[in-house]
Design a protein around this ligand. Structure first.
Ligand code: HEM
Length: 502
């Protein structure tokens, strides 16, 4: 009895210490469990990352995740444990195993920690985990991206590319030396104007003004929110507390973004016009909203605007960054020569003629490999009855694949030649596993906008290299690889000296 009283008294005296020990023992127990007893414990990988999700989140928020993941793959091999419940892959075959249809295997779902429609109860093509809903929307939306639709949209896209050229000509005309042009902005203006015209039915007018539309600033705040918001979602029980630390301006930006998109998309639906954009083919297959409701269209188109503008602008920024680097002078010369040999004037540039430039295609493929706009990967979750432990998160980590020296010779060097046909490919690159680079993913959710993205990239590069001579002043050189990556690439200004050719 005396001993019991003494223990209770001692405990009482050291309440804080006891509480501290109890609080500490849970994470310690949890970490030891994760490392040694978790069903994924036999997978290779860094022990600290297997113990807790915190190193992953820290690296995500400090922009080091893609680099750390690549280093881990170099050390541990093609697959490894990147967090207690997550396996990361860096091989070609993992693309099909995770993302594509395989008879007899259950389909992995999109990871809700990443794919969330903020402040909305309505699903969209990107965030849904409902297969039937996804198939329904994807089937109808595909018609907006078919070759026929793209041909119809060409003159609108072409007029934006012409405006891009004429606006840059205006900036550079006053001096023989040309001008230093921030190409990060101008390429963004182009993709934003194209996508707003195709999705909203009216252009943001960024190219005309030479400035971002207010909504684009809001969009950037929204994208930042999406990236930051992924971190707390790994801890659903405390998500609401962590959300309280989210800057008010970011939350406000998100609200404004949604309101603006809703208004514009609703207006475009009600216009019932036949203009050659995304909505016309979409509504032909959905006349009375029988397959996709008005709200679902708004949410889906809203994501198309994000997915269809930032990505292409990022890829083009990366391509122009590499083309204008001093060490790639010969690449710029070869690209320019191919384009100027084929076209003497801009009228010769058409939907079909820009598809017959093999070196340009090699440059774009190499740009997509080195400057993949979605470098982190596309996380999925194993369903009940799936290939491995239910709830395991899986992803091919794109940056780790694209920069793997097991898959590509000199993986950190910009070598378009590796993409040329076998008889023109330099010998040292003949063993490259080109199929491992899949910037548009594969399978159920592969990119619908791929043909549009290729059209935009070909058109802009052709028009700019035909009209201008490009170089970079000493001191202006930036390195795309040094741009911060918090889920998406946070592009910095990139000044290129542009001289009018004529
Ligand atoms: C270089 C440019 C682009 C890249 C690298 C890219 C990449 C991707 C990737 C990797 C996915 C798969 C996402 C996932 O599985 O979670 C995707 C999906 C998608 N992309 Fe793109 N994209 C680009 C441009 C575009 C454009 C221009 C549009 C349209 C305007 C677009 C529309 C879409 C849509 C609608 C999906 C969802 C497909 C689905 O879930 O079924 N993308 N994109």
């Amino acid at each position: 009895m005396g001993i019991v009283t003494l223990s209770v008294e001692t405990l009482d005296q050291h309440r804080v210490l006891v509480a501290f020990i109890v609080l500490l023992s849970y994470p310690i127990y949890n970490s030891l469990y994760n490392i040694y007893f978790h069903p994924l414990s036999h997978h290779p990988g860094p022990k600290l990352w297997a113990a807790s999700r915190i190193p992953f989140i820290y690296s995500l928020l400090t922009g080091q995740l893609i680099q750390r993941t690549k280093e881990f793959h170099e050390k541990y091999g093609d697959f490894l444990r990147l967090a207690p419940d997550e396996v990361s892959f860096a091989s070609e075959q993992a693309w099909n195993e995770i993302y594509a249809f395989r008879p007899g295997h259950k389909r992995a779902l999109r990871d809700k920690a990443y794919y969330v429609a903020p402040e909305s109860n309505v699903d969209n093509i990107i965030t849904t985990t409902d297969f039937k809903f996804h198939a329904r929307v994807r089937r109808i939306l595909s018609s907006s991206f078919s070759e026929g639709s793209l041909r119809a949209q060409y003159s609108l896209i072409n007029s934006k590319a012409d405006l891009l050229v004429s606006q840059i000509q205006r900036l550079t005309a006053s001096s023989k030396e040309g001008a230093r042009v921030n190409m990060t902005d101008w390429l963004n203006f182009f993709t934003m104007d194209v996508i707003s015209d195709l999705a909203f039915g009216e252009s943001f007018g960024c190219l005309e003004r030479g400035d971002y539309h207010e909504w684009v600033h809001t969009l950037f705040a929204f994208l930042k929110y999406m990236s930051l918001a992924a971190a707390p979602r790994y801890y659903p029980t405390v998500e609401f507390i962590l959300k309280m630390f989210m800057p008010k301006s970011v939350m406000e930006g998100q609200r404004k973004h949604m309101a603006y998109a809703r208004e514009k998309i609703t207006r475009r639906i009600d216009l019932k016009s036949e203009r050659p954009d995304f909505m016309t083919p979409f509504m032909k297959n959905n006349v009375n909203f029988e397959s996709v409701s008005r709200e679902e269209i708004v949410e889906t188109f809203n994501f198309v605007i994000i997915g269809g503008s930032e990505t292409t602008a990022t890829a083009m920024t990366g391509i122009f960054n590499h083309l204008t680097r001093k060490e790639n002078k010969h690449v710029l010369e070869m690209s320019t020569r191919e384009i100027r040999d084929k076209f003497s004037e801009k009228e010769e540039i058409t939907f079909d003629t820009i598809q017959c430039l093999p070196y340009l295609d090699a440059v774009i493929n190499e740009g997509l490999r080195m400057c993949n706009p979605v470098p982190g990967g596309l996380p999925r979750v194993v369903p009940a009855g799936g290939d491995t432990y239910c709830g395991t998160r899986l992803a091919v980590r794109t940056f780790a694949v694209n920069r793997s020296d097991k898959l590509f010779e000199n993986p950190n060097t910009f070598i378009p030649g590796r993409w040329l046909p076998d008889d023109q490919r330099p010998k040292e690159y003949s063993q490259d596993n080109l199929a491992a680079s899949k910037p548009f993913s594969v399978g159920f959710h592969s990119c619908l906008g791929r043909p549009l993205a290729w059209l935009e990239m070909r058109l802009v590069i052709v028009k700019l290299l035909l009209a201008f001579d490009l170089a970079v002043d000493n001191g202006d050189m930036v390195n795309f690889d040094h741009f911060p990556v918090i889920m998406l690439i946070q592009k910095l200004p990139m000044r290129i000296r542009v001289r009018n050719r004529n």
